[in-house]
Design a binder for this molecule. Structure first.
Ligand code: ADP
Ligand code: ADP
Length: 232
């Protein structure tokens, strides 16, 4: 389970302090898919980037099964980061590495033994249904295939939480569908928690259990997907 409590992140502009995330709290259960929607500039990316400390928040707590990620030292964070995977709109794969090398990367960082890495990579390739591309380079893959590889890399260390920042936004409907069914497989098979930013209402409606609406750094509404989209 992940609990975010009173999270704040501000940036210094020329003269003033700008609160990109201004006191956000929510919690997500194991096996749940939590959506974050809202206009561009609402603070969604900054919020999610604070959860894995790509950004350093100014205030608040991020508890993963009770451990406050924000209180960890650099060394402890390295260990705990393998509990949080992340994917991006633009995939962010290593272009000079093969599919297998991309997926191996977090396992090597975590010092997993070589033979185990090989086994895990094959398992993940099977999971994302892309065995035939094991030795291909990202440039040889379609957008949907690239995102599947990015997902395999993000879940390689079997994290508790998968973060997605517009993970389907660059994809056509068919590829979007394949990524969403992969998300569903991840929560049912691995019991992970998924927190996903999307501007695609249909995507949020289709897959999220609960949704938070962000505006000006705050959550202005949070509800089950069913309630949120219920016609008045
Ligand atoms: P969203 O993901 O909802 O589009 P962001 O989290 O990307 O919103 O951005 C929220 C606000 O914070 C925006 O006004 C953006 O310009 C600002 N912001 C984001 N990152 C930085 C940064 N590194 N430095 C300064 N301002 C930033
Ligand atoms: P998105 O809309 O997907 O959130 P953005 O274009 O807002 O993407 O942000 C892309 C990157 O630029 C992020 O790493 C964000 O932190 C950074 N960024 C956004 N706004 C600013 C800003 N005003 N100053 C510096 N960095 C920013």
């Amino acid at each position: 389970m992940i609990e975010v409590k009173n999270l704040k992140k501000s940036f210094e502009n020329e003269k003033e302090e700008f609160h990109a995330v201004n006191g956000v709290s929510f919690s997500v259960e194991k096996g749940e898919i939590f959506g974050i929607i809202g206009l561009s500039g609402a603070g969604k990316s900054t919020l999610v980037r604070c959860i894995n400390r790509l950004e350093e928040p100014n205030e608040g707590e991020v508890l993963i099964d009770g451990v406050d990620i924000l209180k960890l030292s650099k060394e402890e964070l390295l260990k705990e980061r393998k509990e949080i995977g992340m994917i991006f709109q633009s995939f962010n794969l290593f272009m000079q590495k093969t599919v297998a090398e991309n997926i191996s990367f977090p396992l090597e960082i975590s010092k997993v033994p070589k033979t185990e890495i090989e086994k895990r990579v094959d398992e993940l390739l099977e999971f994302i249904d892309l065995k035939e591309k094991k030795y291909s380079y990202p440039a040889e893959l379609s957008g949907g295939q690239k995102q599947r590889v990015a997902i395999a890399r993000a879940i390689a260390t079997n994290p508790k939480v998968l973060l997605s920042d517009e993970g389907t936004s660059a994809l056509d409907p068919a590829n979007t569908e394949s990524i969403l069914s992969l998300f569903k497989k991840i929560v049912t098979q691995y019991k992970m928690t998924i927190i996903m930013i999307t501007h695609q209402m249909e995507v949020a409606k289709d897959i999220c259990d609960r949704i938070a609406v962000m505006d000006s750094g705050k959550i202005i509404e949070e509800n089950t997907t069913e309630e949120l989209f219920r016609n008045p």
